[in-house]
Write a protein that binds this ligand. Structure first.
Ligand SMILES: Cc1cc2nc3c(=O)[nH]c(=O)nc-3n(C[C@H](O)[C@H](O)[C@H](O)COP(=O)(O)OP(=O)(O)OC[C@H]3O[C@@H](n4cnc5c(N)ncnc54)[C@H](O)[C@@H]3O)c2cc1C
Length: 397
């Protein structure tokens, strides 16, 4: 890893100024307030403005293909994050667009990609089902061929962003008699088709997600991605990207692990509680002068730094686990008023630790739970073999 500082040349400094001015104009206090209220993590006006400025296309494409250079990509990502640009729906859209480009029929690619770049088309992930999400291959949503169409029936849980998207990247089962990895077929399903019903769900941290029902939804064959029963091949790339199983760049111009956007909430909470602990209370004493406060705050700060520096798939686990572990300590240090929600009047630390406390469980669930990630590390990184959940063998007497 290269820890050297990056010296920006005059053009890149100009780009930084341009991006800051652009984001200040579009990602306003009102956008952030509205986003907290809806829990959408998406703002259509901002998204369309980013598309119109050409930034979506430049972010999606490689430098060789006309996209951002490595330095500009890093500037763009960090600046977007710094101002809390609503971002979730672009993340899913960009991932699905890669699968469409690789596995879609030419007319589908033509229908979708240009509008992905303008921001008019957004796409979400239809993997998880009400009966389980960790093993996406145990899919019960059925797709049955009928002439040159497919008929889809089933339901998907936690389809985040569906109400702001035009298509869903849907896992279906096209052969219930086959082994599970040979039974899957992927579709890009337009969300305005008859038979699709989207119902909102709010999570404990205020995020909005959805349950989506599919009842006799008729989809043209052009929306099929890849081969029939070859869905696992189509899914591999997006799943690897979501799991952070992509190689780290040696130039240091990217996050060391996925989810560092989310970790910003943890940094904000540590900073806010540290500031509060250093301020004298009504009796003139500073909380930090109490040894137990200093110890727990110091431990939280050290764990934050360790989590932020932990690379790849290990970082995914370290970050989400640290959020869960230090959230209660931070609230405790901040005192009883820390239970007031973020930005409410009188909240001890601006509500940052309370928000971290509510957000932490989710950060260890979506995109794969912490337990599943730990199994992946054991199995694929440490080579410990597949876990066995069978009861221990008993000795024959
Ligand atoms: C806010 C939020 C947004 C989400 N957005 C999306 C989305 O956009 N699209 C989408 O398709 N899904 C989405 N999900 C779903 C998410 O990917 C799943 O919740 C996750 O994969 C876990 O699946 P599950 O909830 O069905 O739990 P289950 O798979 O039913 O697991 C239940 C429990 O068993 C444990 N467990 C399961 N299998 C194993 C194993 N092999 N080893 C050890 N422990 C195991 C789990 O850790 C968990 O504690 C979202 C979830 C949340 C909370």
């Amino acid at each position: 890893m290269d820890f050297a500082r990056v010296e920006l040349n005059a053009e890149d400094r100009g780009f930084l100024a341009e991006v800051r001015a652009f984001l200040a104009q579009h990602v306003t206090d009102e956008v952030r307030r509205r986003d907290r209220e809806t829990g959408d993590n998406f703002d259509e006006g901002v998204h369309l403005a980013i598309g119109a400025a050409g930034y979506l296309e430049k972010e999606w494409k490689s430098a060789a293909d006309g996209g951002f250079t490595r330095v500009r990509r890093r500037i763009w990502e960090l600046e977007k994050r710094r101002v809390h640009t609503p971002w979730v729906t672009w993340g899913t859209t960009a991932m699905v667009a890669r699968a469409v480009a690789a596995f879609g029929k030419p007319e589908l690619v033509e229908e979708v990609l240009p509008k992905v770049f303008t921001g008019e088309v957004r796409m979400c992930l239809g993997y998880t089902e009400p009966e389980g999400g960790s093993d996406v291959a145990t899919c019960k949503t059925r797709a049955v061929r009928d002439g040159d169409q497919w008929v889809i029936n089933g339901s998907k849980m936690f389809t985040t962003g569906a109400h702001n998207c035009q298509y869903v990247f849907l896992i279906t089962n096209t052969d219930p008699t086959a082994r599970k990895h040979k039974s899957l077929t992927m579709f890009l399903v337009p969300l305005d088709l008859p038979g699709i019903e989207i119902q909102g769900i709010r999570t404990v941290d205020g995020d909005r997600t959805n349950i989506v029902y599919y009842s006799d939804v008729r989809v043209d064959d052009k929306y099929l991605l890849g081969e029939v029963n070859g869905g696992w091949t189509v899914l591999r790339g997006p799943l690897d990207a979501e799991h952070g199983a992509v190689a780290a760049a040696p130039d240091g111009l990217q996050d060391v692990a996925i989810m560092q956007h989310q970790t910003g909430f943890m940094s904000a909470a540590v900073d806010a509680v540290a500031a509060k602990a250093a301020r004298p209370g009504p009796d003139g004493a500073r909380p930090i002068d109490d040894g137990s406060v200093a110890y727990r705050l110091g431990r939280s700060a050290a764990r934050l730094e360790a989590a932020l520096s932990t690379p790849s798939i290990f970082g995914r686990v370290a970050q989400a686990q640290t959020m869960r572990d230090i959230g209660p300590d931070l609230m405790d240090i901040a005192g009883p008023a820390s239970v007031l929600p973020i930005e409410s009047e009188g909240a001890a630390d601006g509500g940052t630790s309370e928000y971290l406390y509510r957000f932490a469980p989710l950060a260890g669930i979506y995109g794969g739970t912490l337990e599943v990630f730990r199994n992946m590390i054991a199995q694929h990184v440490l080579g410990l073999g597949k876990p066995s959940y069978a009861p221990p063998a008993t000795k024959a007497s």
